[in-house]
Design a protein around this ligand. Sequence first.
Ligand SMILES: Cc1cc2nc3c(=O)[nH]c(=O)nc-3n(C[C@H](O)[C@H](O)[C@H](O)COP(=O)(O)OP(=O)(O)OC[C@H]3O[C@@H](n4cnc5c(N)ncnc54)[C@H](O)[C@@H]3O)c2cc1C
Length: 213
Amino acid sequence: MAKTDLKKGVHGITAFIVDKGTKGFTIGKKEDKLGCRGSPTSQLYFDDCFVPDERVLGKKLGEGFTGAMKTLDAGRISIGAMALGLGEAAYAKSVEYSRSRQAFGGPISRLQAIQWKIADMRTRLDAARLLIQKAATLKDQGEPFGNEAAVAKLYASEVGMWATSQAIQIHGGNGYITDYEVERYFRDVKLCEIGEGTSEVQRMVIAKHLGLR
Ligand SMILES: Cc1cc2nc3c(=O)[nH]c(=O)nc-3n(C[C@H](O)[C@H](O)[C@H](O)COP(=O)(O)OP(=O)(O)OC[C@H]3O[C@@H](n4cnc5c(N)ncnc54)[C@H](O)[C@@H]3O)c2cc1C
């Protein structure tokens, strides 16, 4: 994405496809990240990099921002689903572990404190799933879905963060070491509160849809 007309604000941004190997285009170091470490992230550098007209993404110059916003609306459903998946994995591991871990004379699953954590996980994950399905259904039907996508992404990513934290707690000290996968879910899901618009930005989008200015 680049500003192609400095006077037009968001309508002066254009998206381009730049092939690897194009003169002036270089890729920075692989970043060392908290989570999502299976997906490499690097800065891209463009120094006097000439990109011809035929590499413009879209019909004409200036469509970059609107294109990105449309992509973000749909992408938010996917990020919500990603957070839900990590939350579901944390839930499944918690149920399994609570049944197998013996402490003070029996499995920890018999303890109400553990049962309530797992019951709350199930409840909030089900709610997140329904919100994601609502947004996805509207999109499939060709109806407006921007608000519902923001609601689903916001709720699912915060539930995912909360559920993975609960999972570590249920695993006790084992939850904190890498042999038990729940610490990875916790690290990975944090990105869902940041990418495709932070949780703060989702709240702004929702407030805008409510007509609050
Ligand atoms: C590994 C990785 C992969 C990513 N992949 C994607 C991706 O594929 N797609 C994508 O869209 N994003 C992605 N992101 C997120 C994106 O790169 C930005 O990090 C994100 O949009 C936030 O912008 P920023 O980092 O500049 O934070 P800033 O804008 O500097 O924000 C810092 C803090 O201030 C808050 N803030 C900023 N402005 C406001 C405001 N007006 N009101 C209230 N609070 C505000 C933010 O919510 C945040 O808490 C990725 C991030 C990482 C780390």
